[in-house]
Structure formats: C-alpha cells, structure tokens
Design a protein around this ligand. Structure first.
Ligand SMILES: [Zn+2]
Length: 204
C-alpha cells in the first residue's frame, strides 16, 4: 500500500494527494509546478548540523561586542542585547520586546525545538512532547526575523557611516553565520515529511 497524505499547495491552494516518496523523489503541484515535497535522505542530517551550529553562533552573537562606533574622538561599543536595551531607555519597551523576541528568543526556541525533534527521530523514539515541540517550531518560524534584522542593519549602515566610523564586532559576524545556518535549516526542513516521521515514532 502506498501511503498518501493530502496537502494544500503553498502557491495555488490546490488540494493534492501526495504519495510517500522514494529516496530523492520530489512531488510537484500538477497545476503550478510548485515543489510540494522532496525525500532528501541527507536533509535530516543537514537540519540537525546547521540547527546546532546556528544555536552556537547565536550564543556567541550575544557574548561579544556587536558594533563599535567612533565619532569626534568618542568611542562606543554595543552588544546585541544592549542594542535592544537602548529601545527600552528610549521609552519603547513594547518595540524592544518585539525585537528581542523576533531576533533572539524565537529563533533560539525554533532551533532548540528542531534539535529536540531531530534527537527524537535519530533515536527512533518519541521523547516527551515531541509532537508539541514540532508544532511549536512550525508556528514560531514565521516570527523569526533574523535575516530581516540583518538587512535592516546593513541599510542603516549606509546612513551611519556618513556621521561615524563603524566597526563590526565578533558578535556581528557570529550573527551573520547564525542567520546563514537558520536559513539552511529552513530550506531543508520538509514539514510534511517530519510530521510523517514523528507520527511513526515509538512511544515508551
Ligand atoms: Zn500549485
């Protein structure tokens, strides 16, 4: 028997019955040719490796100076957390909370969730809350805005460099590497396949 599961095409909303895929097989939407699912045997390892590295780089991104500014003989360095704290001192606590959540807390929770689910799959047993963790990871993903934050920084650079010398700290580069890692994780994450595998896990 070929196991089928139905899914809605992300691009054109067509309901498609997708059969279980053989290794390296891909399923495309019959109407708009959007890639619906792919069986990539290496994908789970890639997801685990990059999720772990991403989390490590995120920790490092909070450990060193993020940016340094110097103008008119005055120098100042800020860490990533201090840059969020500045919003609080500017009387924008709600914005500070949203920024902290979308650039640090949510990406961190997403990566930890994915690492937990990966462990569960690697050991072929359902750890407590594996399904809930996967559900949370999928729900959290749209609220992770690491790459948007980086683009925002690069855009603001073009203005700041006209009034001050800007130095990129070790944490800035860690954050760039973290953003690359989380992007690789997202690109290799097949939610449908993960759900299927999580559903099949043994419960002890
Ligand atoms: Zn489609």
């Amino acid at each position: 028997m070929v196991a089928e599961s139905s899914m809605v095409c992300h691009e054109c909303d067509l309901l498609v019955e997708v059969p279980r895929l053989e290794i390296r097989q891909k399923a495309y939407c019959p109407r708009c040719n959007y890639l619906l699912a792919a069986n990539r045997p290496y994908a789970k390892r890639v997801v685990f490796a990059f999720a772990t590295s991403g989390l490590l780089f995120l920790v490092l991104a909070n450990a060193f100076p993020f940016l340094g500014f110097s103008a008119k003989g005055q120098e100042r360095t800020v860490t990533l957390l201090q840059s969020v704290g500045i919003l609080v001192t500017e009387n924008l606590p709600l914005l500070a909370a949203v920024v902290f959540a979308s650039i640090i807390a949510i990406p961190a929770m997403f990566l930890i969730s994915i690492i937990y689910v990966s462990f569960s799959l690697a050991n072929e047993r359902s750890y407590p809350g594996t399904r809930k963790t996967l559900r949370w990871a999928v729900l959290l993903l749209p609220w992770s805005m690491a790459e948007i934050f980086l683009i925002g920084i690069l855009v603001s650079f073009t203005k700041i460099v006209t009034i001050a010398d800007v130095a990129l700290g070790a944490s800035f580069w860690s954050y760039v590497l973290f953003t690359i890692c989380i992007t690789v994780v997202v690109l290799h994450l097949d939610k449908r396949e993960l759900w299927e595998h999580v559903e099949l896990l043994r419960h002890d």
